[in-house]
Structure formats: structure tokens, C-alpha cells
Design a protein. Structure first.
Length: 108
């Protein structure tokens, strides 16, 4: 199973005014790679528990509203388009995301 990071960041398409929170799912082993792979985080809540993982707003997460990690929407983009990390997931939420991603990608 790949190693998942707990950091969320802003990814910008095409500019900073369009920054959106996301979960980095790329191992630290690839920190020098010019691209980064993320799962977007949305406040548009949908009843898709299998591949949408709930994240509550908190000081630790850095999120301001109830949100969902969109496991079905992985993106890879240039690292220089990423903003600074601003939060981390609770262990329980990260475990749910790892399981949902493994199921979605049919790993193991």
C-alpha cells in the first residue's frame, strides 16, 4: 500500500484566486518530483460514502465548513501550482480515505 501524506494544500487552476483545498496522496519519497498528486476537497456534500470521505471543519484540518474528500477525482499537476500546506487530517479520516482509495482503485 502506498504511503499517504496528511497535508492539505491549495491547488490553483489557473491562478491563486481559484485555490481549492486538497489532500496530497503522494509519498514523501517523491518530494523532488516536479508534479504532485492530490484528491480535491469539496464543500458540495453528496451521499456517496464509498468514495467521498467526510471531513469536519477544525483547527487541525484548517477547513472552515463540512467537506468531503473526492476519492474519485485524483489529479496530478505541476508542484509549482500548489499552495502552502495548511492542515492535517485526523487519523480516523485518513484511514477512511486510504480504504476508499484502495477500493476505488481496486488495490489489494
Amino acid at each position: 500500500m502506498p504511503v499517504y501524506l496528511e497535508l492539505a494544500l491549495n491547488w490553483n487552476f489557473p491562478g491563486p484566486e481559484n485555490g481549492k483545498p486538497a489532500l496530497v496522496i503522494q509519498s514523501d519519497l517523491f518530494s523532488k518530483h516536479p508534479c504532485v498528486t492530490i484528491l480535491p476537497i469539496t464543500t458540495e456534500i453528496r451521499p456517496l460514502e464509498t468514495f467521498r470521505v467526510a471531513v469536519e471543519p477544525s483547527e487541525k484540518s484548517g477547513l472552515r465548513a463540512p467537506s468531503q474528500i473526492m476519492v474519485d477525482k485524483a489529479h496530478t499537476f505541476p508542484r509549482d501550482k500548489a499552495g502552502a500546506p495548511f492542515g492535517a487530517l485526523e487519523a480516523r479520516t485518513l484511514a477512511a480515505e486510504n480504504w476508499a482509495l484502495a477500493v476505488f482503485l481496486e488495490l489489494g
